[in-house]
Write a protein that binds this ligand. Structure first.
Ligand code: DX5
Ligand code: ZN
Length: 226
C-alpha cells in the first residue's frame, strides 16, 4: 500500500463562465474541490462568496469542499460559509485576532478547522493552536492569484509541522497551496504534504483529468510504501 497525497484542484483557475464544465473536466480524478475566497482586503483580489459555496454544495452533494478564506476578520463570515456547506473551512492566522475561538467555532459546527499561513509568517505562530486544527494549509505563494511561482523555502515549514505532529500525537493534515504543478508535485509530496492544491496546472492543462492522472502516477512512484 502507498500513502499518496490528496489532490485538490483550485476553482480559482477554472472557467468561471463554465464552472460545471470545468468541474466535469476533472472526470472525478480529484479528491477535493478547493475554493479560494478573497475579499480584496486581506489579498488584492476578490472572488467567491457563500452563495457560490452553497451552489456547489447543492449541485455536488458528495464533493468535499475545501474552502480557503483569504479574508480579514474571517470570524464575521464563518456562519455564512458553514451554513453554505463547507466541509473544511480554513482561516489565516494573520487575519484573525482570536484564532482559537474561530477554530473552535468551526469544529463545533461539525466542519473541519483549517489554519493557513503566508510564506512570510513563522510557523511558530501556529504552535499553540495545533491541538485545535484538523488541517494546516501552508501557502507556497503570496495569496491572491493563481499561476505564481512556487516559493521553495516554505518546505521547511512542512518538515517542522510533520515533526510536531508526530511528537504531539496530532492528526492534522498538511496541505500546500500555490505554484504546484507536475514538475514539483513529487517533491512537495516527499516533503510530507498530505494534500496538494493545484489551480493553473490543472485547469490550464489541455485535459485536466489526464493531468491529475499523470500527477497521481508520479506520486505513487515516489511515495514510501506503508
Ligand atoms: C492563491 C490561492 C491558490 C491558487 C493556486 O492565493 O490560494 O489556491 O488558486 O493556484 P496555482 O496552483 O495556479 O498557484
Ligand atoms: Zn487556496
Amino acid at each position: 500500500m502507498t500513502r499518496s497525497p490528496l489532490l485538490a484542484p483550485s476553482l480559482l483557475s477554472a472557467d468561471i463562465m463554465n464552472m460545471e464544465r470545468s468541474i466535469s473536466s476533472l472526470e472525478g480524478q480529484h479528491d477535493w474541490l478547493h475554493v479560494d475566497v478573497m475579499d480584496g482586503c486581506f489579498v488584492p483580489n476578490i472572488t467567491f462568496g457563500p452563495a457560490f459555496v452553497r451552489g456547489l454544495r447543492m449541485r455536488y452533494p458528495d464533493e468535499t469542499l475545501d474552502v480557503h478564506l483569504m479574508v480579514e476578520h474571517p470570524d464575521r463570515l464563518l456562519d455564512d460559509f458553514l451554513e453554505a456547506g463547507a466541509d473544511i473551512l480554513t482561516v489565516h492566522v494573520e487575519a484573525d485576532r482570536h484564532v482559537h475561538r474561530t477554530l473552535s467555532r468551526i469544529r463545533e459546527s461539525g466542519a473541519k478547522a483549517g489554519l493557513s499561513l503566508n510564506p512570510g509568517t513563522s510557523v511558530e505562530l501556529l504552535r499553540p493552536l495545533l491541538p485545535f486544527v484538523d488541517l494546516i494549509l501552508v501557502m507556497s505563494v503570496n495569496p491572491g492569484f493563481g499561476g505564481q511561482k512556487f516559493i521553495g523555502t516554505v518546505m521547511e515549514k512542512t518538515t517542522t509541522l510533520c515533526r510536531w505532529r508526530s511528537a504531539g500525537h496530532f492528526s492534522y493534515l498538511v496541505e500546500m497551496d500555490g505554484g504546484i504543478g507536475r514538475e514539483n508535485a513529487a517533491d512537495v509530496a516527499k516533503g510530507g504534504c498530505d494534500v496538494l492544491v493545484m489551480g493553473s496546472a490543472v485547469f490550464g492543462a489541455p485535459n485536466p483529468a489526464d493531468m491529475l492522472k499523470a500527477v497521481r502516477s508520479d506520486l505513487v512512484e515516489v511515495m514510501p510504501r506503508v
